[in-house]
Ligand binder design. Sequence first.
Ligand SMILES: C[C@@]1(CC(=O)O)c2cc3[nH]c(cc4nc(cc5[nH]c(cc(n2)[C@H]1CCC(=O)O)[C@@](C)(CC(=O)O)[C@@H]5CCC(=O)O)C(CC(=O)O)=C4CCC(=O)O)c(CCC(=O)O)c3CC(=O)O
Ligand SMILES: NC(=O)C1=CN([C@@H]2O[C@H](COP(=O)(O)OP(=O)(O)OC[C@H]3O[C@@H](n4cnc5c(N)ncnc54)[C@H](O)[C@@H]3O)[C@@H](O)[C@H]2O)C=CC1
Length: 188
Amino acid sequence: MNIMSQIPLMVDLSGQRAVVVGGGTVAARKVSALLEAGASITVIAPEASAFLREQAEQGMIDWCRKLFDPGDLNEAWVVVAATDSPEVNRRVAACVQPRQLVTVVDQPRFGNFHIPARLRRGRLVLAVSTMGASPVLAKKIRDELSERYDETWEAKLDQLYQERERIKRSGWSPEEKRKRLKGLVKGL
Ligand SMILES: C[C@@]1(CC(=O)O)c2cc3[nH]c(cc4nc(cc5[nH]c(cc(n2)[C@H]1CCC(=O)O)[C@@](C)(CC(=O)O)[C@@H]5CCC(=O)O)C(CC(=O)O)=C4CCC(=O)O)c(CCC(=O)O)c3CC(=O)O
Ligand SMILES: NC(=O)C1=CN([C@@H]2O[C@H](COP(=O)(O)OP(=O)(O)OC[C@H]3O[C@@H](n4cnc5c(N)ncnc54)[C@H](O)[C@@H]3O)[C@@H](O)[C@H]2O)C=CC1
């Protein structure tokens, strides 16, 4: 697989089963992203970081305190291979079925998706990826954008959404609607 073939998709993962193999810092970061998405997460790892143990204690995730075996992936739609062993991560990738999504944190070429650096302002979602060239640059660009698109954008987007709905439902002609829809973002 080639990371350069990947494109951004907005996916609804709520209630979908995600299996994260590994319980360290990197696994914890991927778990945070999947929790934000509302996925049902199972972590497979003999040891887990304080963050993950806490999430497990609070019932936010399931933690199976064990080494990986292929059966762990049976119910998963999304799989994250995040152990500190390149061999294990590679084996996880080799065990996924064609319709499963997999990301491999140390060997992106074995995965078919990755999670970009993200910024969320309500309905405005910015995602930055460098396709594995430099995650730190992705983070830097995201942080730059977070100043341009500060917290006030959440309310702006809500207002735009409502105004656009009103125009869509109005009795204006199609041309007039288009003109007004374009006009909504003038000056933003
Ligand atoms: C391909 C990808 C696959 C994936 O993991 O999804 C991947 C792969 C790898 N990352 C590595 C290292 C680091 N990754 C980060 C940080 C982030 N990495 C994220 C995504 C991605 N990382 C995907 C591509 C995204 C893109 O290119 O834009 C972010 C954006 C999103 C997230 O994780 O949520 C998150 C910032 C989140 C935020 O703050 O918002 C840091 C910095 C830090 O930790 O602060 C370092 C250390 C510095 C360095 O090494 O550059 C290594 C080497 C590992 C090793 O040393 O062995 C590999 C493997 C390789 O390069 O082969
Ligand atoms: N993609 C990314 O964003 C980044 C990736 N990395 C890579 O991520 C990998 C993991 O890094 P950390 O989380 O810092 O490691 P860590 O050492 O904190 O955690 C490793 C985890 O893997 C578990 N593990 C080991 N063998 C296992 C097995 N057979 N089955 C199940 N779990 C197993 C351990 O119990 C532990 O929980 C590193 O190899 C590094 O190359 C590092 C930084 C960023």
